[in-house]
Every structure is written in C-alpha cells, then in structure tokens.
Design a protein around this ligand. Structure first.
Ligand SMILES: [Zn+2]
Length: 67
C-alpha cells in the first residue's frame, strides 16, 4: 500500500512560495508565457498578484520604454 503522499497539488504559490492548504486553496492564473499558468492562493495572494500586474501595465502605459 503506497498511498502515503497523495497531495493534490505540489506546486507552490507564485507570490508567497507556500504550498496549498485546506484554508488557502490555489487558483490558477495565466502568465505572459502562452499556455502556461501559475498557482496562487485565492484571496490575499491573488489580489497582490493582480495589483502587481496592474502596476506593470501602468508603467508600460507611461511609455517607459526607451527610444
Ligand atoms: Zn500565497
């Protein structure tokens, strides 16, 4: 019988680098790399991630690209 470690998700949160727990389930988010996704804790981590994406978008909109 080898049903020892049957974890549903061995990935780590892209924001806080912790594993999924019963209290903090993961949500999948798309990344800039096509066809790939990252795992984040639903709630705080997800919101922080979305904020960071928003900041990046704002920076790009400002035309910070040289040239
Ligand atoms: Zn997290």
């Amino acid at each position: 019988m080898s049903r020892a470690s049957t974890s549903t998700n061995t990935a780590r949160c892209a924001v806080c680098d912790e594993v999924e727990t019963r209290e903090s389930p993961f949500v999948a988010v798309m990344t800039e790399t096509r066809g790939r996704h990252a795992w984040l804790h639903a709630g705080a981590c997800h919101e922080r991630y979305r904020e960071e994406v928003a900041v990046t978008m704002r920076e790009l909109a400002k035309g910070k690209v040289a040239g």
